[in-house]
Ligand binder design. Structure first.
Ligand code: ZN
Ligand code: ZN
Length: 200
């Protein structure tokens, strides 16, 4: 999932404050890393995004390596979550940011969801500029395994709950545009069409 907290330092009040050279260089490097990361993430139109991922059976070194790579890509892309299907690995696991920690959840299952739900805007690292309103339960309990195969049970609320549900959807080939209202969906598809043409 893309982080939708916009940077708020371009409010026009500090036009005359020039970035020093080091900061400017850091920004350029950040942008380059972000572009490289995004180039490794499957974009809308890629069939991998529409497939249901299979259970992970082997908790081997390969799984750990792929998960580490996904955490690095997620960070570089300024994301807060990334599912294996988004890098073309059709296995049931995702990485996400939870209270300052990077977590890997393998074969995740939602075992409890709050009755109360909330609508908020979501972006996705596979959907470019698209942001749509999605209604989700505010709290969920997720049972999963970590990358080493140890059982994990998480009670998530707020943003972490939203991100985890978004990533779990990816493992079932489901995208935020499937979960929004018809009008937002139409608008999102209008935004995505030129990208499809470019990809084709
Ligand atoms: Zn992190
Ligand atoms: Zn996503």
């Amino acid at each position: 999932m893309a982080d939708d907290h916009d940077h708020d330092h371009d409010d026009g009040q500090d036009d005359d404050v020039e970035l020093d050279e080091a900061e400017a260089r850091a920004n350029v490097e950040h942008e380059l890393r972000k572009r490289v990361a995004l180039s490794q993430i499957r974009q809308y139109g890629d069939p991998a995004l529409r497939m249901r991922a299979a259970e992970v059976l082997a908790f081997d070194d390969e799984l750990g390596r792929v998960a580490e790579r996904m955490i690095a890509i997620m960070h570089d892309a300024d994301g807060v979550g990334l599912a294996a299907t988004q890098i073309g690995v059709l296995r049931r696991f995702f990485v996400f940011h939870d209270a300052g920690e990077d977590r890997v959840l393998v074969n995740p299952v939602i075992t409890l969801a709050s009755k109360e739900s909330e609508t908020d805007e979501e972006g996705c690292l596979s959907l470019g500029p698209v942001r749509v309103d999605v209604e989700r339960p505010v709290g969920v309990t997720i049972e999963a395994r970590d990358a080493a195969g140890e059982p994990v049970s998480l009670e998530l609320e707020g943003l972490a709950a939203r991100v985890a549900q978004h990533e779990l959807d990816h493992l079932d080939g489901k995208l935020v545009i499937d979960r929004t209202d018809p009008e937002s969906r139409r608008e999102a598809l209008r935004q995505l069409r030129p990208r499809l043409l470019l990809a084709g």
